[in-house]
Design a protein around this ligand. Structure first.
Ligand code: MG
Length: 193
């Protein structure tokens, strides 16, 4: 029966010798994604720290915005953990390094957020470079979501810097921004749905 089927479909069968059967993720890329999980958890911790400093400054709405950011970064780590699991790789968690705990102003916090997101973009681009070297199409596809996400992250941070610069020392403007950012809702990122 099986032999009959094989013969019937033989025209569509490519000999094994002509196919590269190595569809596994490379050790280099698995390690780089594992490192990125730590980087995402560090980002989460950085934003939780920014949230605490801003809360202490009295801007509870902006502090809430950063708490949502903290949740998002943990979700990014979870998405990468799921991908390594799907590729039959063990995730090895490393310690999360110390983060800064105070900033001179809300504007300085926003500027550090933008600078940090630019660094994360470079890290994600580096993962894409490895996937390209490996000709790993599954990984390239997986990483495309993070490329889009980083465009959004940088745009959001740039908006915050721009708004804080426009507001300057006008406390009324800061109170309005605080109210606006306090309304942010957390949405589970699409890859976790
Ligand atoms: Mg992230």
């Amino acid at each position: 029966m099986l032999n009959d089927l094989r013969q019937e479909h033989s025209a569509f069968l490519i000999p094994h010798s002509a196919l590269k059967l190595n569809t596994m993720i490379s050790k280099k890329l698995a390690k780089a994604i594992n490192d990125q999980i730590n980087a995402e958890m560090w980002s989460a911790y950085l934003y939780l720290s920014m949230s605490q400093d801003i809360y202490a400054k009295g801007f509870h709405g902006i502090a809430h915005w950063y708490k949502v950011q903290f949740l998002e970064e943990q979700a990014h780590a979870a998405i990468m953990i799921n991908y390594l699991h799907a590729q039959d790789e063990k995730v090895v968690l490393a310690p999360i390094a110390k983060v800064q705990t105070s900033w001179k102003s809300v504007l300085a916090t926003f500027e550090d957020t933008l600078a940090h997101e630019k660094k994360v973009t470079a890290m994600i681009n580096n993962l894409c470079d490895i996937a390209d070297e490996d000709k790993d199409r599954a990984a390239a596809n997986f990483l495309a979501w993070f490329i889009d996400e980083q465009v959004e992250e940088e745009e959001n941070a740039r908006d915050l810097v721009r708004q804080a610069k426009m507001i300057g020392d006008h406390i009324g403007g800061m109170i309005m921004l605080d109210k606006e950012l306090g309304a942010r809702e957390y949405h589970t990122p699409a890859p976790l749905k």
